[in-house]
Every structure is written in C-alpha cells, then in structure tokens.
Write a protein that binds this ligand. Structure first.
Ligand code: T4K
Length: 367
C-alpha cells in the first residue's frame, strides 16, 4: 500500500450509518434538508460566526463569494499565484482579471508590502490564500483594504480549525471560503462553505447555489446548482465530532517530522506563526542546498511507494491558460512564489499516519 500525501479522515462506519439512517425514512436527499440545516448550524457555532452558507464544494463556494459583490466585468483582483489552481480559476471564471502579487518567504502567504503597488483604478478586491493552513497577515491586509476601499475574500480552503488570537479564520475578510474536500483536515466528502458577518451577502450566495431561488420557488436572480447533499452534510456532522482528536493526531505526526528534519543543512521546515493555533494541514519542506534537490527527493520517495506532492508547482500565473496575465509581462514579478514552486515538497501528513512511517520517510530522505 502506498503512503499518499494524505488520507481522508472518516468516522466509524456505524457512526455514519447511524447518521444517515433518517434519510431512508424521509427520502429527503438534497435541497437543504434536515442534515444540511443541522450541519450549517453546527458550523455557525463552531466558527462562532453569524452566517455560514454551505456548498457542494469549495471551488463553487469561492465563485459564489466572488460573484456576490457584482463587481464590474473586467475588474482586477489581487491574488497569490502560489496556490491550487482553483483560486485563480474562480477569479477568471467570474469574469475578473487576476493580478498576481508575490508571497512572503516565511509563511508563503500574500506579502502585504507588495499589494499597494499593484492597485489600479480597476482593482476591486484582494483574494489571499491561507496556504497550507498558514494564516495570512490578516491585520495588514485589512488595513490596506480599508485604505483603498477594497473587498477581501479569503480562500481559507486549507484553514479549517486554524485560529489567530483565538479567532477562527472564518472571521477575517468580508467573506471566507472553506473547502471540506476529502483531502482536507476536515471533510464532508466534497463540500465547502462561505462564512460571513453581514447578512447582505446571504441571498446572493443562496441564489448562486440554488438556481437563483431563495426561500420560495420564485426565481429572483440568475443562479446555478451548487447545493450540498444530505450525505455530505451527514459526513460533515460525523467528522466534526472528531475534529480535535484528528488535529491532535496530526500534531503528533508534525512533531515527529520536526524531530528528524529540524536543523538539517539544506532543509527548511515551516516556521511557527505567532498567535496562530495551527490545524497541521500540510507538511511543506524546502530542499535547497541539500545533497538531493526537491525533484530527486520526490522520485526517491516514489520508488519506495511514498507519494509526496509538489504543491504548488507550477505557480498558477505560469499555466498556459494564464500566460496573458503573467506578471512576467509587467515590472512586478513573483520571485518568491517561483522559488517556492521549485523547492517545496509536501510530505505525507494525515491523522492516522503512524509515527513509525514518519521515521521511515525521514530516513529515506536523510540517508
Ligand atoms: N482553494 C485552494 C487553496 C485549494 O487547495 C482547493 C482544493 C480549492 C480552493 C478548491 O476546493 P474544493 O473544490 O476541492 O473543495 C486535491 C484536492 O482535490 C483539492 O480539493 C485540493 N484543494 C488540492 C490541493 O488537492 P489532488 O489532485 O492533489 O487530489 P488527489 O486526488 O491526487 O488526492 C491526493 C491524495 O489524497 C491521494 O493520493 C489520496 C488522498 N485521497 C484522495 C481522495 C480523492 C483520499 O484519501 N481520499 C479521497 O477521496 O487535488
């Protein structure tokens, strides 16, 4: 059996069966049923935030968030290229132009010092990513947004369970999107949510996911279908019960990696962010000046059936489909993002990864 970069957390089979049993009585499978309502309420409590809107996946949730503002077509949104393609796709599929801003070397998130030089009269929003669950400099980004009257939409796909000064990542920005995909710290099989404090976004988000229909079956706007099913919500309800335990197990895996890799010449592991409680979502390692480079380590592990991943190579602005937006065409390039994409390998990390396996992985790397 290969050791993959991650493995979905799942409740006991009986626990899930128990949770979905009512669905056989009600025959109510989707369209905001009882499980959907229960899961939404539980998340509002979990995030301690007034509003959560659920979606069938994180990507469509992000498109809904971006669409909620009705920005003029062709508006510019400042974002990071060091992310999963979904972030950039969402901006462009909504009809806007991604303007790529570089990230910081210490935590790989958007560099607030480089945002202001990218603002033009077409800029409407900033869309940062809490990449690997590392929280962005939310205070600096908030100040810039206020100064220039910009909206902030966080891609918090990786940040479920992470907090800054005791507040969940859901609290930052005008809207924050979470992914509950099978590969995330917390999953509802597929799934996503938008968290927000201002009720004015609610109908836009609901309409987006349900054909433009709100409470009644009257259609009041153009919308598609991005509803979370009852089976997804039931999985979310079960997994939420075990979140603390799962994050605790992830921490033990991370501690074990740190024990082997901290202080090794040519290897940099992630730094601890002040005032942030981590969700231990990913274990990114930079190989630079080590006896083998990142690609060689990737191949070496693969030979032993250990599937690490080059998240996120290439950076999204270098994809053929985004060449026309490439910062290479401007005076503002993104050298740190490029460097990270060439040097980072994310090692296997999931709650049930035995610490002995971590030892084996590290020995292959070090020896
Ligand atoms: N924004 C950001 C920053 C994101 O990272 C993502 C998604 C999104 C937005 C969009 O959210 P969603 O629409 O996905 O909710 C994965 C995920 O599919 C994707 O959700 C995730 N980010 C991205 C970073 O990674 P792949 O292509 O790497 O997944 P895959 O199929 O290779 O799976 C990786 C490993 O996970 C497998 O080797 C084994 C394990 N796995 C996978 C699946 C599908 C399981 O254990 N169970 C499973 O069901 O994209």
């Amino acid at each position: 059996m290969p050791i993959n970069v991650t493995r979905s957390s799942m409740p006991d089979f009986e626990e899930y069966c128990d949770e979905i049993k009512d669905l056989w009585d009600s025959h109510w499978l989707t369209n905001m049923g009882a499980k959907h309502k229960k899961f939404q309420k539980q998340l509002e409590e979990f995030f301690d935030i007034p509003y959560v809107t659920l979606f069938t996946n994180g990507h469509l949730a992000l498109e809904a968030a971006i669409s909620a503002f009705d920005f003029p077509a062709g508006s510019e949104i400042i974002t990071t290229p060091f992310t999963f393609v979904s972030t950039t796709h969402a901006i462009v599929r909504c009809g806007y132009i991604p303007v790529f801003c570089d990230v910081k070397m210490d935590d790989y998130t958007l560099d607030p010092n480089k945002i202001e030089e990218l603002i033009t009269d077409k800029t409407v929003a900033i869309l940062p990513v809490h990449v690997y669950g590392k929280l962005c400099d939310v205070e600096a980004i908030d100040q810039i947004a206020k100064k220039h009257n910009l909206k902030v939409i966080y891609d918090a796909a990786h940040a479920f369970g992470a907090t800054y000064n005791g507040r969940s990542a859901a609290h930052f920005g005008d809207l924050a999107m979470f992914s509950f995909h099978a590969t995330k710290v917390f999953n509802s099989i597929e799934g996503g949510a938008i968290c927000y404090k201002d009720v004015k976004y609610q109908n836009k988000l609901k309409g987006f996911k349900n054909f433009g229909m709100l409470e009644s079956d009257e259609c009041s706007m153009i919308g598609g279908n991005a509803k979370m099913t009852e089976f997804q919500a039931a999985m979310g309800i079960c997994n939420l019960r075990h979140l603390d335990r799962e994050i605790g197990k992830r921490k033990a895996v991370v501690d074990e990696y740190n024990r082997y890799l901290q202080g090794v010449d040519g290897i940099s592991i992630h730094s601890i962010q002040p005032n942030v409680s981590s969700n231990y979502a990913y274990y990114p390692v930079i190989f630079d000046g080590f006896k083998k480079n990142r690609n060689e380590i990737y191949e070496l592990l693969k030979k032993h059936d250990i599937i690490a991943r080059k998240y996120f190579y290439p950076i999204t602005c270098d994809l053929d489909c985004y060449k026309m937006y490439s910062p290479k065409n401007t005076t503002y390039d993104v050298p740190i993002s490029r460097y990270l994409a060439e040097h980072v390998l994310t090692l296997p990390l999931y709650a049930d990864l035995p610490v002995e396996a971590v030892g084996t992985i590290c020995r292959f790397i070090l020896e």
